[in-house]
Design a binder for this molecule. Structure first.
Ligand SMILES: C[S@@+](CC[C@H](N)C(=O)[O-])C[C@H]1O[C@@H](n2cnc3c(N)ncnc32)[C@H](O)[C@@H]1O
Length: 274
């Protein structure tokens, strides 16, 4: 992958779309993007407030899970206001080039301003596109990350397969997502917070109660833990595991794309030597 192939105009998130997904899935995704655009102006503030700033630590932990190699090319899908992308670049100096991709235009505009503010607009860029049909060649990235985004995909397994496609052989997928604590008292308290407290704070600060009711429903319906590990494996990833964070209220999932098989190995069976 050439770094230039991801360069986009500095003040305008690029809008590219190459493949297509079926129309009803695409329509659901567009509705979802419109919802995020409605709350974009308050998104970061609400994230910090509602997660009690835990999201900052969780994003840093995701940066710590990036591959150890240098000159990493990283794609952050469903990047929203680019919080994770900026955090990855700030906490991992091995990133040579980072691309954030999202469908929601206003979220990306907030993100573009953030890249400039953080002095990261040389190595980071944003692209407006559907994460289920991305405008990148096969095997483009060393790592694909997605934070609080996969549960919004109308077709989750389709999205995971697409992430697998754009990863280089041996590349790494990192998914940060909400999960439910295994302790039943904690789980009940957390669900009560999600059901009754979050929508009220969300409505007061963003003016959009529906978006924060949606948040609660999407978190409750998300197949977290081993169930989600199975989905990642079904999309073609190997060595899949989950790292629960903060008593299990969020989890980082990791999967590897298999390395390319080494065709240069001599075939000893065919040699016929004893
Ligand atoms: C909860 S926000 C997360 C934003 C950011 N990753 C973060 O950690 O703050 C979810 C984002 O996913 C984006 N999204 C949902 N489905 C998507 C898709 N199919 N392709 C690209 N972006 C998508 C939404 O537009 C929204 O910006």
């Amino acid at each position: 992958m050439e770094a230039k192939s991801h360069t986009v105009p500095k003040n305008e998130p690029a809008s590219i779309s190459r493949k297509s997904v079926d129309e009803s899935t695409a329509a659901r995704q567009r509705d979802n993007a419109r919802m995020f655009d409605r709350i974009a102006h308050r998104y970061d503030l609400l994230n910090r407030l509602l997660s009690l700033r835990c999201d900052v630590t969780w994003r840093r932990r995701m940066a710590e899970c990036l591959p150890a190699a240098r000159n990493l090319h990283v794609l952050d899908v469903a990047t929203g206001t680019a919080d994770s992308l900026v955090s990855l670049a700030q906490h991992c100096d091995r990133i040579e080039l980072g691309v954030g991709l999202d469908m929601a235009e206003r979220m990306l505009r907030m993100g573009q301003a953030k890249l400039h503010g953080a002095g990261q607009s040389k190595k980071l860029s944003l692209v407006r596109a559907d994460g289920a049909a991305m405008p990148f060649e096969d095997g483009s990235f060393d790592a694909v990350t997605i934070a609080f985004g996969i549960r919004n995909f109308a077709d989750m397994i389709g999205g995971l397969r697409e992430f697998h496609r754009v990863l280089k052989p041996g590349g790494r997928l990192l998914v940060l997502e909400f999960s439910l604590p295994s302790n039943s008292f904690l789980r009940r308290s957390y669900l009560a917070y999600f059901r009754y407290v979050m929508p009220v704070i969300g409505r007061l600060l963003s003016g959009d109660a529906a978006a924060y009711h949606y948040l609660n429903r999407s978190v409750e319906n998300f197949p977290y833990g081993s169930e989600f590990c199975e989905l990642i494996a079904a999309a073609g990833f190997a060595d899949v595991h989950a790292h629960p964070l903060t008593l299990g209220v969020a989890t980082i999932y990791q999967g590897q794309k298999e390395p390319a098989s080494d065709v240069s190995q001599p075939n000893t069976e065919a040699d016929g030597t004893d």
